[in-house]
Design a protein around this ligand. Structure first.
Ligand code: FAD
Length: 303
């Protein structure tokens, strides 16, 4: 298997790559194989080779929403490094490997409004589309016009927004496992100073709410649909707060004292500490409210 990849991709294939440095929790074992892809064609070739070799594969963006098993991943991790940003009229096209924040800043610099809500959301544009990342009552799905993807057979095609069936922290990619390589979003013409002011305001708000430079993946659990609540969701953090989550920890993993839905690695945690703490949190919420919390993060490897 390694030989096939070495023959096709040479030095670009890395064997036994530690993954802790590629995710924001900073935990987890190694990937048996690892490669950066910089173009859609590169990615299509990698997918075809992996299919031929019969190896499983996983796409990594910024690693800000994954929890990697301590035993690592026996397959191939493909890191999306497809970059490039361009504006055309009121649309912006971005490589899926661009940081979402770069697209927010690029939109502001192009006097285009509609992406301000995404200020401060970690990770890549592709990762945001996969999980329909959002904040403050909006999400990326609301502005996607179309996206180019590579399917599991290694074919490249473009699909309109409807293809992705965006919902709360959901896109159809969670089922099809297709990979985003380029995203086109539709915005509105705005005044640059006003857009920048909104970005600055959200930045400040997030800095107050979120731990600075902490090893975390943001909210661990999804909010719960509830039409009576603001934005139609009951905050999972509210339930967690009521079961005393903010005082809980396991090994080097602890709940952030200002936000009960955020788990932090204090620098000494392994993934097992984080999953054990998450298990305890889920159990407490189930016992008290009869509600099964669902993870917002993605697991990679065996758990
Ligand atoms: C401090 C902090 C705050 C956060 N706040 C928010 C918030 O307010 N709102 C919010 O929604 N999220 C938030 N998050 C979570 C995270 O930023 C988002 O989920 C983000 O969109 C993940 O992008 P990523 O590139 O890091 O994806 P990764 O973590 O690398 O991957 C996550 C999933 O996306 C898939 N994926 C990645 N790239 C692609 C691609 N190109 N094509 C197909 N699938 C892909 C992966 O396979 C994986 O299943 C926060 C995280 C942190 C650390």
């Amino acid at each position: 298997m390694i030989k096939v990849f070495k023959e096709s991709f040479g030095k670009n294939i890395i064997i036994d790559q530690p993954l802790a440095e590629y995710n924001t929790f900073g935990t987890g074992g190694r990937a048996r194989l690892f490669i950066d892809v910089k173009t859609p064609e590169d990615l299509a070739a990698v997918v075809k080779t992996a299919n031929k070799a019969g190896i499983s594969y996983f796409m990594l963006g910024g690693g800000s929403n994954v929890l990697v098993s301590d035993s690592g991943y026996e397959g191939l991790v493909i890191r999306n490094c497809i970059n490039g940003l361009k504006a055309e009229g009121t649309s912006i096209t971005s490589g899926a490997g661009e940081e979402l924040q770069s697209m927010v800043d690029f939109a502001a610099g192009s006097s285009l409004s509609g992406l301000e809500f995404a200020t401060g959301i970690y990770g890549t544009v592709g990762g945001a589309v996969f999980g329909n990342a959002g904040a403050y009552g909006s999400d990326i799905g609301a502005v996607v016009e179309s996206a180019q993807l590579v399917d599991r057979q290694g074919n490249i095609r473009t699909e309109p927004a409807e293809h992705f069936e965006f919902g709360y922290r959901y896109s159809k990619l969670k089922q099809t496992r297709e990979f985003i390589v380029e995203v086109k979003i539709a915005l509105k013409r705005g005044r640059r100073e006003q857009i920048q002011a909104k970005i600055d305001e959200i930045s400040k708000l997030r800095q107050q709410k979120l731990p600075e430079n902490a090893k975390t993946a943001g909210c661990f659990f999804k909010n719960i649909p509830d039409p009576k609540e603001e934005f139609g969701k009951m905050a999972a953090g509210k339930l967690l707060d009521e079961v005393g989550a903010k005082d809980m920890h396991h090994g080097g993993a602890r709940v952030y004292e200002q936000h009960a839905n955020i788990i932090i690695n204090d620098g000494t945690a392994d993934t097992n500490d984080i999953t054990e703490l998450a298990r305890q949190l889920k159990r407490k919420v189930m016992e008290r409210f009869g509600i099964e919390l669902e993870e917002e993060i993605t697991y990679l490897g065996s758990f």
